[in-house]
Each structure stands twice: as C-alpha cells, then as structure tokens.
Design a protein. Structure first.
Length: 229
C-alpha cells in the first residue's frame, strides 16, 4: 500500500496533486492545508473520500476506488490551541476513513492529521495525537490504523515515540527532513503513526510549491500482530 501525505501550504501546492498521484502510483493520498472547496473530486485514478467543511486550512483523503471501498468516513475536532482560538484555522484537525481492501478482503482505517502549530506546546500536540488515535479506533475497533500528516513536532521526538509506543502505535519518520522554510525550524514535521501495519519505507519526495515536502509511505499489513483477530 502506497500512502502520500502533503501539507499544501494554504492550498498553494494543490496543482501538484494529480502528477504526484500518477507518478508515484499512490493508493491513498492525504492532504492538509487545502481549500477543500477547490479540490477536484478525482486525482487521476484516485477518488475523494471525504474533506473537512469547517476549516480554513482543510483536510482531505483520496483513495484508489478500484481497490478500496469506503465503509465510513468522518472528521473530528481535537483539543484547541491558543492559535486555533485566535486565528481560527479550523475546528477539524483529523479526518478518518474506514476502507475495505478488495485485494485482501480486510478493513482498515486511514487518516489525515494536522496538529497544532509550533506556537502550541508539545504536550498539547501529544494530547491531540492520543485523542486522534482514540477517535480512529471508534470507527475501526481492532482494525489496522495508519495516520499520516503534519505533526508539527520536529524536536524531542523520543518522548513522543515512547508515548505512542505505550499506546500500541509505532512512529515512523521519513528518510530526510520534510520542512525547509526556515533554517531554525528545519526537521521532520510530516510522518506516520500506525497500528497493525508494517511500515517498510517513508520517503521524502522533492519539494514543490509548499514549505512542506510530501512523504510517501510504503506499508503492509502486519500479519504477526493481526494473527489473533
């Protein structure tokens, strides 16, 4: 399964989505900071599952219709930061979809996530990440879960990794940094958390019109962890 996540920087990189989807043979495409009123219903072979409707900086998820069937999809509001209260980028920072995989006759949950910005504390972002995992489990109890997006968490990731592991998830970073706009905040902002998947690779793709670089995740079901289902 090939999953791409891309923060579009206020929709400025939206014109790149179709080319990325086709050239990378993407199965699931998650975006953040999109103008969802302007997003196309299809990106080549991908179809829009769902998009936020209340956000200025919106989320969306596309999927390969020939392989997957959408069983459920919804958006979630997470705990607000001061930035959210003052700047009002949107109330919905998580979008999840439960999909049925025709190749394996197995259901799983995929999600697009956008954490609070750097003006918030790492503690708040950890709270958001934990809440996001809990919300996704509600639409896919005991199912494999893969969540990609902009975590806004470039520093002190060992504490984040430990907390995620304690809750049954794995944190996977890409092979190079994903944010290059400012020298003093360069680092891994965009990554993946998962439960019930084996993450084979996370590759940072070339930079386009966004200050974030897209990431391409190659994942497989973790049959060892799912053997007891």
């Amino acid at each position: 399964m090939r999953v791409v996540s891309y923060n579009l920087r206020n929709n400025s990189a939206s014109g790149e989505l179709g080319a990325i989807a086709d050239s990378r043979d993407v199965d699931i495409f998650c975006v953040q900071e999109a103008d969802t009123t302007q997003l196309p219903h299809t990106l080549g072979h991908l179809t829009l599952s769902h998009a936020t409707t209340e956000n200025r900086l919106g989320l969306a998820l596309y999927y390969r219709k020939e392989r997957f069937t959408v069983e459920d999809s919804t958006t979630f509001a997470l705990k607000k930061s001061m930035h959210d209260r003052v700047m009002s980028p949107g109330t919905q920072r998580l979008l999840g979809a439960r999909l049925r995989d025709a190749e394996t006759d197995r259901s799983f949950v995929a999600a697009s996530f956008h954490a609070a910005p750097l003006t918030a504390s790492n503690s708040l972002r950890r709270t958001q990440i934990t809440a996001a995992h809990e919300e996704l489990q509600r639409i896919g109890e005991d199912l494999p879960i893969i969540m990609v997006g902009d975590f806004n968490y470039p520093l002190f990731q060992n504490k984040l990794r430990a907390g995620i592991k304690d809750s049954g998830y794995e944190l996977s970073l890409s092979d190079s940094v994903t944010y290059l706009r400012y020298k003093w905040v360069r680092g891994h902002f965009d990554f993946v958390t998962s439960n019930g998947f084996r993450i084979d690779t996370v590759k940072t793709l070339p930079q386009g019109d966004s200050d974030h670089l897209p990431i391409l995740v190659t994942a497989e079901y973790d049959m060892a962890s799912l053997a007891g289902e």
